[in-house]
Design a protein around this ligand. Structure first.
Ligand code: GLA
Length: 514
């Protein structure tokens, strides 16, 4: 991307890039939300040379910080805003950051960030594969940038055998629920009893040690994520939570899970219609069940946007909601998801996030299901994809297969300045301000410090030379411009900046008023 106009003033980088890699730098948001008296875990994301030690000044009673890992955990009884200071120290120096623990009703004050098993392993997921992925995420240092949730997606429970009497009855009652999945025995290795005598979910043979998973994740500094359905069967055709919501919420929280993706699937055969009352019912039920537990569990609604979920997702008690069906790794799907969110930005706020689905970055074919190693998005398209998920305040769930992680993808997910746009405490999603005559779209997102993140997105098939006038996004006429992907100050500009944007590419700038 070339900047065509000469800036009035070029700022020198305040420090050398090499020094940046060695000194500690605390990344991530400047606040974290938890409920009074509920257990939670938050790992201080800090880059810089290891070993590094951590300290939190004025940490309230009930929570502790592990000096070696920066993991903050525990629970705080009394509601309130606790202003603390995060400190990270290594042999080169120290970094400190003002941070607020907001103990109140809201969780996920900034969009959740993590990795989901779905696009790596599909229905061949096993606990070992998930743990291995978490290990790689850790080894690659991704936690230092805020990547925290490790979500086990479908299918970790069992598929009921065809002669199971409970299920035969349920089939009679619900009509299609039992035959929801793709024909009987579509998962031959995962057929068996679905619940024990206490009604507790039985994991399938690949997830025998599921109960140990959250503790292991916590020890590694991660949040543990899990998947279920309000219907009797998940989309993959294994047991969901229908009729056992409280038992399952307790099972998840007691074992230490921090995040639940709750996928509509076979509930469709139970809902009377698509009225808001029917759509909200199963989600409110699960939100209430989760809220009754001793641990904070983020509730991620997955019902593909039915009934304009963004209008009432908050009312259901969830923190994020899928806005549409499953995304795929092609430009048409990604670009259409971006465009569809343009008019939904108003529904986004801290604790309420529109979720256009898992990031299609890196290698996303579920090879274990016989899919090709693939990503049909070009590097520019993947950068646009990631940038726009950040601009739109979308939850950031990595779809990439971690064992096949390449340098490009690693760079994409370790740019703290781009991630900071997503984790900004204001929680205002970007809106589409205007479309320029050459079709380049101008997106802007206000940030808490008064600056503006701007995305110039080129949806055309040619590179576009573009003149961007500040007046399209702000009243002021002079701005310092920083390129977030290049991590470079471009200078002070009057009225406008010009740049060249590759086909399907993006420029991401931060504008700071003069
Ligand atoms: C649905 C969801 C996906 C994934 C699968 C699992 O399609 O939208 O994200 O969870 O189910 O079967």
């Amino acid at each position: 991307m070339r900047i065509l106009l000469t800036p009035i003033l070029v700022f020198m980088l305040p420090f050398m890039a090499a020094a940046q890699q060695t000194l500690p730098h605390i990344n991530g948001p400047r606040l974290y939300g938890a409920r009074p008296g509920k257990e939670f875990i938050y790992t201080i994301p800090a880059s810089g040379e290891r070993p590094m030690s951590f300290q939190v000044k004025r940490l309230p009673k009930g929570v502790t910080v592990d000096a070696g890992s920066g993991v903050i955990s525990g629970s705080i009884k009394k509601a309130g805003s606790y202003k603390v200071e995060l400190v990270a120290v290594n042999k080169h120096g120290k970094s400190a950051k003002a941070f607020t623990l907001v103990i109140g009703d809201k969780l996920a004050l900034t969009p959740p960030m993590g990795w989901s098993s779905w696009y790596s392993f599909g229905r061949s997921v096993t606990l070992d594969k998930v743990i291995r992925s978490a290990e790689i995420i850790r080894e690659k240092g991704l936690q230092q940038y805020g990547w925290s949730v490790i979500e086990i997606d479908d299918p970790w429970t069992n598929q009921p055998p065809n002669n199971d009497t409970t299920w035969i009855k349920l089939k009679q009652k619900t009509g299609t629920a039992y035959s929801y999945y793709e024909g009987p025995d579509n998962l031959p290795g995962r057929v068996g009893a679905t619940r024990d005598a206490n009604g507790t979910l039985i994991p399938n043979q690949y997830f025998k040690e599921i109960k140990k998973f959250p503790a292991l994740m916590h020890k590694m500094g991660f949040k543990a994520g899990i998947y279920s359905s309000p219907g009797p069967l998940t989309c993959g055709g294994v047991a969901g939570s229908y009729g056992h919501e409280l038992t399952d919420a307790k099972f998840f929280a007691d074992n230490g899970f921090d995040y639940l993706k709750y996928d509509w699937c076979s509930y469709g055969s139970l809902a009377k219609d698509e009225s808001k009352a029917e759509l909200i019912k199963p989600y409110r039920l699960m939100s209430d069940a989760l809220r009754a537990q001793k641990r904070d569990v983020i509730h991620a609604l997955c019902q593909y946007g039915m009934g304009n979920v963004w209008e009432w997702g908050n009312e259901s008690g969830g923190q994020l909601w899928r806005t549409e069906g499953d995304i795929t790794d092609n430009w048409k799907a990604v670009y259409s998801a971006i465009k569809k969110l343009a008019d939904k930005a108003a529904y986004v706020k801290p604790g309420n996030w529109n979720d256009p689905d898992i990031l299609q970055i890196g290698v996303v074919g579920a090879q274990s299901e016989g899919e090709a190693k693939r990503n049909h998005l070009t590097p520019d398209e993947q950068r646009t994809h990631f940038s726009m998920w950040c601009m739109l305040d979308a939850p950031l769930l990595i779809g990439a297969n971690m064992e096949l992680l390449d340098d490009f993808t690693l760079q994409l997910i370790t740019n703290e300045e781009v991630i900071a746009v997503n984790q900004d405490a204001l929680g205002k999603a970007a809106g589409l301000k205007t479309v320029l005559p050459n079709k380049v779209e101008v997106w802007s997102k206000p940030l808490e410090d008064g600056s503006i993140a701007v995305g110039l997105l080129n949806p055309t098939d040619q590179e576009q030379a573009t003149e961007f006038s500040f007046s399209t996004v702000a009243g002021s006429s002079a701005f310092h411009v920083r390129d977030l992907w290049q991590k470079k100050d471009l200078g002070l500009f009057e009225n406008k900046v010009s740049a060249s944007i590759p086909s399907h590419g993006i420029i991401l700038w931060k504008l700071v008023k003069k």
